[in-house]
Design a protein around this ligand. Structure first.
Ligand SMILES: *[C@@H]1O[C@H](CO)[C@@H](O)[C@H](O)[C@H]1NC(C)=O
Length: 438
């Protein structure tokens, strides 16, 4: 009985298996037909995701209407081609080009070597990574477990790199690179051949010319301050509803005096008891908690940006708020600060003195000339929120850096060898895979 039952129960199973095999064959056949068709250039489209739904994006469109970046549709599109990136963000690569020029003049035709990025000069916040065959590896780290924030920064950076690789419609090159994720990276004049990827550079310090700037960790997320950056932009958009005039006629700033007192104290002094001021110090563990959320900063027409220990991550949020941002003279530049325009028809922020002595007059001027303020806010929203600060732009930047770095640096040796038990040699890719590391 048991054998008969088994025999009978096999028959439907086998026919079900045949069905599955048939279904797989049909799907495979369909895929190879569509592949063939797309290779013949008839259907070179894919789906680009966006908040507004899905729409087919043409990757290469030799004829027909020109593809244009549309922030509503493409803000979070990490899968733009190099050609689309270049067309969308013509001024994005300024810092990469600056570093490239600098190192070309130093190295001539010699590639940057592994010794130049080996992190021996640094004990804090350093890691080395490698892209090999479209996979990300962490090949070395030095001083990354200093405290919890370092982990957030290094992981957020690796996630961004990984996203740029995964979403790329074109292959990214094999490279090995080094990154410092701390604020003061500590480059010294001792070894002028040392170079590094970092979040910002002091534009008044020639030693920092050696740096290659990368998008900072907030472009992934900012734990305890803001979530994913793309989500912040959506919050800012939904809240402002593009209505500058509906915002409060007040200047907002929240911050601690624990960093950069020289800049922050005069700000408090100049705005003290002014009718236009909502400038307040945040004191840790104090009874009066002046904190407001990052999206709530967007409810004001005017805001202030101040540097911290080095660069401050805050500016990417304020420039997404559709408001007028007042900024002192910045020493620390990120990869996008060359786009700040202080005057003229494309003015997108207001430049102030470092002691804020001109702040009251400049605010009063905008309060009595609402159209002037609106124009500056509109420019900032258009240039930054809807173009150079989009997540899509950051991914384009990363991929351009991968390519330029490949052009400029050594060819990474991917393998490490060991002896197996039976005495044979075996090899694996060096370091630890991204998947295992994070
Ligand atoms: C961008 O896309 C949105 C949503 O489809 C559309 O309403 C808008 O007109 C587009 N903007 C431009 C400049 O094409």
């Amino acid at each position: 009985m048991t054998s008969t039952a088994q025999g009978e129960s096999w028959r439907p199973l086998r026919s079900r298996r045949n069905l599955v095999v048939l279904a797989v064959l049909v799907v495979l056949g369909y895929i190879s037909i569509t592949q063939l068709r797309s290779r013949s250039g008839l259907a070179k489209t894919y789906l680009g995701g966006s908040a507004a739904g899905k729409r087919p994006l043409t990757i290469i469109r030799p004829e027909g209407p020109v593809w244009r970046f549309n922030a509503t549709l493409d803000r979070n599109n990490h899968a733009l081609t190099q050609a689309q990136c270049d067309a969308s963000f013509p001024q994005l690569y300024h810092e990469i080009e600056r570093s490239q020029k600098y190192w070309k003049s130093k190295q001539g035709k010699k590639p940057i070597t592994k010794e130049q990025i080996d992190l021996k000069w640094s004990n804090d916040g350093g890691m080395m990574g490698m892209i090999y065959d479209q996979q990300l590896y962490i090949t070395f780290s030095r001083g990354l477990n200093h405290f919890g924030h370092w982990k957030e920064r290094s992981h957020a950076t690796l996630h961004q790199i990984h996203r740029a690789i995964l979403a790329s419609p074109e292959p990214v090159p094999n490279i090995e690179f080094a990154i410092k994720i701390n604020d003061v990276i500590g480059l010294t004049p001792d070894d002028p051949t040392v170079t590094i990827w970092a979040f910002s550079r002091d534009i008044n310090d020639p030693i920092m010319d050696r740096v290659w700037i990368i998008p900072d960790f907030n472009f992934w997320s900012y734990p305890r301050v803001s979530g994913a950056y793309g989500d912040f932009q959506q919050q800012a958009l939904s809240q402002s509803s593009d209505s500058y005039t509906a915002k409060q006629d007040l200047l907002v700033w929240r911050g601690t005096l624990a960093f950069n007192r020289e800049i922050r104290e005069p700000l408090l002094a100049q705005s003290d008891s002014q009718p236009w001021s909502d400038v307040k110090e945040v004191v840790e563990d104090s009874a009066t908690d002046n904190r407001i959320s990052m999206p709530d900063h967007c409810r004001y027409k005017y805001s202030v940006h101040t540097e911290g220990t080095t660069w401050s991550g805050r500016l990417k949020y304020l420039l997404s708020c559709h408001q007028v941002v007042f900024i002192h003279h910045l020493n620390w530049y990120t990869h996008l600060y060359h786009l700040l325009v202080p005057s003229g028809p494309h003015q997108n922020y207001v430049q102030t003195q470092d002691d804020w002595s001109d702040l009251p007059a400049k605010i009063t001027d905008l309060v009595s000339n609402p159209a002037k303020g609106k124009k500056i806010a509109d420019n900032a929203a258009q240039e930054f929120r809807d173009r150079y600060l989009t997540p899509a732009a950051q991914t384009c930047y990363w991929r351009r850096l991968f390519h330029v770095w490949r052009e400029m640096s050594f060819e990474a040796e991917p393998w490490e060898y060991s002896d197996a038990r039976d005495g044979s040699r075996q090899r694996k890719v060096r370091g630890m895979s991204y998947e295992e590391y994070v």
